[in-house]
Design a protein around this ligand. Structure first.
Ligand SMILES: [Zn+2]
Length: 433
C-alpha cells in the first residue's frame, strides 16, 4: 500500500463513496495492525477498544447491567478544589465563580485530584449499597468540552433476575411492575420542593439527620442543589440537536406525572415528576457531591441490547472521523516513503506503524486534566472485575492441529495444558453435537 492509495481511500470515505474490494481489504488490514500495536498504550486512540471488549465480556458473563450512572463533579464550583490547591477553607468558600474557573485553568492538578477523590468516594458508597447489593461495576473516565473529567459507569446489581425473565415479568405481572417502581422511587427522583434558593452551593450543610425537621431541611437543601446542578436548560444546548435532531435528543421537556410508571412499549421506568426539566437524581448523591449526575434503570425489552451497544459506544467514543485517520496515515506513509529507501522491509513496516500512531497522536487534543491524571498515575477506568486476554487463534490452531502442536500455547502460561484440554473437550462436545 502507498501514500497515494491511502489518500484515495481518505477522499472516498469523506465523500461517502464506496471502496473497491481491494481497498477495503487493505485498509481493514492496516487498521487491525494499528489496533494491535496501539491498544495496550494508555490513553491512545485504540486503547478504548480494550475497554469496549472488557465491557462486552462483562455483559456476556454477568448478563445485562441494571444501572447506567454518570457522575460529573463540579470542579468549577466545589470549594474542595481550592483547598486541594492550597487555599484555606475560608478562602476557598469566599472565591467567586470567575476565580474558581481561573483556578482550575491555572492549576489542573487540583481539579484532577478532586475528581478522583469524588470517584473513590462514590465507589465506596456504591460498594456500601446505595443502589442495593452490588455484583460488579465498570466505569470509564472521559473529558467534556471544557476539559473537566467525568465518569460513566455500568452497574450490575446482585440478585437482579436474568433479563429475559425480568422483561417477561414486567410485561405480565403487575406486582413485579409495582416492585420495580418502588425500587426506582428508592434510588432516583424527578421532583423538587419549592425550596428557597441556597446562598451558594458552597454553603456548609448539616451532616446529621435526627428528627422530622432535619428531614424537611435535608429535602429543601437537596431541591436547591438540584435546581443548581441537575436541570436541563430550558434553552437547550448544542448537544441537544446533534446529528440533525429536530427536537431535543434527551427528550426534554418531559411530561409531569403523579406516580412512577413503567412504559409497556419500551419497558422504560418513568419516574414521578413535578418539573419538566429535572434530570433524574439520587438525593444522597446530590447532597454529598453537589454536582450533576444521571441515573438510568436498564430494564429489558427488544431495544435493550441496542441501548447497551449505544452505551458502550458512547463510553468509548473515538474523536477522529475515519477519513481523518486515513488521511493522517497517508501523511505518515509519505514521510516513510521519502526518507526510508534503504531500510529493510521489516524495519520499514515497524517504522510505518509507529509513524502512523505518532501522526494520529499529534493531532489529538489532550485536555490538561487527562494529561495530569496520566502523569499522576490515576486509572483511565474503574472496575472490580479482572480480565485475561485469550489468543483465540492459538487456541483454534491447537484444537485443529491436535495434541502434538502445543508450541504456541506453551509460550503463554495462561494456555497451559489443563485449560486447553478443557477447551478441546468442550469443542469436541460442541462439534459432535
Ligand atoms: Zn435539550
Amino acid at each position: 500500500m502507498t501514500a497515494a492509495e491511502l489518500e484515495l481511500i481518505a477522499t472516498a470515505h469523506k465523500d461517502e463513496a464506496s471502496l473497491t474490494p481491494e481497498q477495503s481489504t487493505k485498509i481493514k488490514f492496516l487498521m487491525s495492525e494499528l489496533k494491535q500495536v496501539s491498544a495496550p498504550v494508555k490513553n491512545s486512540i485504540f486503547s478504548k477498544l480494550y475497554r469496549r471488549n472488557e465491557l462486552r465480556a462483562m455483559i456476556s458473563y454477568f448478563n445485562l447491567p441494571s444501572l447506567w450512572f454518570t457522575l460529573n463533579p463540579a470542579d468549577n464550583r466545589n470549594p474542595l478544589v481550592a483547598v486541594l490547591s492550597g487555599h484555606t477553607v475560608d478562602q476557598a468558600i469566599a472565591l467567586s465563580i470567575f476565580e474558581r474557573c481561573k483556578l482550575i485553568v491555572d492549576d489542573p492538578v487540583a481539579p484532577c485530584k478532586y475528581f478522583y477523590c469524588c470517584v473513590n468516594t462514590f465507589i465506596s458508597i456504591l460498594k456500601g449499597g446505595i443502589f442495593g447489593p452490588l455484583k460488579a461495576y465498570y466505569g470509564i473516565i472521559e473529558t467534556q468540552g471544557r476539559g473537566s473529567l467525568h465518569i460513566h459507569m455500568l452497574i450490575w446489581l446482585d440478585e437482579a433476575p436474568p433479563n429475559e425473565i425480568f422483561a417477561n415479568a414486567l410485561l405480565h405481572d403487575q406486582v413485579h411492575r409495582d416492585n420495580l417502581c418502588c425500587y426506582a422511587n428508592s434510588i432516583l427522583s424527578a421532583t423538587i420542593t419549592s425550596a428557597e434558593k441556597i446562598p451558594s452551593i458552597c454553603t456548609s450543610f448539616p451532616t446529621t439527620i435526627e428528627n422530622q425537621q432535619d428531614i424537611a431541611q435535608f429535602d429543601n437543601i437537596v431541591s436547591a442543589i438540584v435546581q443548581e446542578t441537575n436541570m436541563h436548560s430550558a434553552s437547550h444546548n448544542a448537544a441537544c440537536f446533534k446529528r440533525n435532531n429536530k427536537s431535543c435528543r434527551f427528550n426534554f421537556p418531559r411530561p409531569c406525572q403523579e406516580r412512577t410508571t413503567i412504559c409497556l412499549d419500551s419497558l422504560d421506568v418513568v419516574p414521578t415528576r413535578n418539573n419538566p426539566w429535572i434530570n433524574p437524581y439520587n438525593k444522597y448523591i446530590a447532597y454529598l457531591f453537589r454536582c450533576n449526575h444521571d441515573i438510568i434503570l436498564i430494564t429489558s425489552g427488544s431495544d435493550t441490547k441496542a441501548l447497551i451497544y449505544y452505551l458502550t459506544e458512547y463510553a468509548t467514543k473515538c474523536e477522529l472521523k475515519t477519513y481523518e485517520l486515513v488521511s493522517l496515515m497517508s501523511a505518515a506513509y509519505k514521510d516513510v516513503e521519502e526518507n526510508s529507501a534503504v531500510l529493510m522491509e521489516s524495519d520499514k513496516t515497524r517504522k510505518l506503524l509507529i509513524r502512523c500512531l505518532n501522526k494520529i497522536g499529534s493531532v489529538q487534543e489532550q485536555p490538561a486534566q487527562l494529561v495530569i491524571s496520566d502523569l499522576l498515575g490515576y486509572p483511565t477506568h474503574y472496575t472490580d472485575s479482572t480480565f485475561a486476554s485469550l489468543n483465540w487463534l492459538a487456541i483454534v490452531k491447537y484444537i485443529e492441529d491436535g495434541d502434538d502442536d502445543v508450541t504456541l500455547l506453551q509460550q503463554n502460561p495462561l494456555y497451559d495444558r489443563p485449560v486447553t484440554k478443557v477447551l478441546k473437550t468442550k469443542f469436541s462436545v460442541l462439534t459432535s453435537a
